[in-house]
Write a protein that binds this ligand. Structure first.
Ligand SMILES: [Mn+2]
Length: 226
């Protein structure tokens, strides 16, 4: 049996919700899991999230996409931004997960190398997966991903992509914890770190799993947008 492709939205350090979600998904070695970025920052345990994702790569085909928060971590490490710029955007919580008041240097090198290996996007025959946004008329291989991983759907709501593929995105948090389905675009950042949900979506079937930091689980099918 061919494996499933399942996208997971912005985790933001919510290790309990991630643990609950991974248990519910019952993944096999044939499954592909696409994490949409912003796995770290803001929430309580980014270190544990990174460890879960590293282990997940041994269990299934893991395709991690780089979010703007991972970009900030890497930029801080390389001196491209001031450390403070990352810390005030949720990086402080990430460092604390490595020990209260831990320094940037205390993040283990394998963790940094793992994050550095994350990509800009992923595509299947029917869908593509990215962190924040996209330009509808530009092919996926030449998108300005450095910029697109920052751009909110509130700033710019793109039309259908020229490829005809459906976009699966994170980054723009839905504060009610709801999946936004516009037909040509689905956004599954459902504000886990704000007390709402962590979402996994199997785009081919519309199966949705949602978990939270209270270890609750909901499962339902995505409705077609009217
Ligand atoms: Mn983001």
């Amino acid at each position: 049996m061919a494996g499933r492709t399942i996208a997971i939205g912005d985790i933001h350090g919510c290790a309990t919700a991630l643990r609950t979600l991974l248990a519910a998904l019952e993944l096999t070695a044939e499954d592909t899991v696409v994490t949409l970025g912003d796995a770290i920052d803001r929430g309580p345990d980014s270190r544990e999230v990174i460890e879960h994702l590293m282990a997940l790569g041994e269990e299934c085909q893991l395709v991690p996409i780089l979010g703007n928060h991972e970009q900030m971590l890497l930029d801080a490490i390389h001196g491209r931004i001031a450390l403070q710029d990352w810390l005030m955007h949720g990086g402080a919580e990430t460092l604390d997960s490595y020990g209260h008041g831990a320094a940037l240097m205390e993040i283990p090198i394998p963790h940094v190398d793992f994050v550095r290996s994350w990509g800009d996007y992923h595509e299947t025959d029917t869908h593509f997966f990215a962190h924040g946004n996209y330009l509808p008329h530009k092919k996926l291989s030449s998108q300005p991903w450095e910029e697109m991983r920052w751009r909110s759907l509130k700033q710019f709501f793109p039309g259908p992509h020229v490829s005809g593929k459906i976009a699966v995105l994170g980054h723009t948090a839905n504060k009610r914890g709801e999946v936004v389905n516009e037909g040509h675009l689905v956004c599954i950042d459902t504000y886990c770190n704000g007390g709402r949900w962590l979402t996994a979506l199997e785009p081919e079937t519309g199966n949705v799993w949602q978990t939270n930091e209270e270890s609750e689980l909901k499962q339902f099918e995505l409705e077609d947008s009217a």
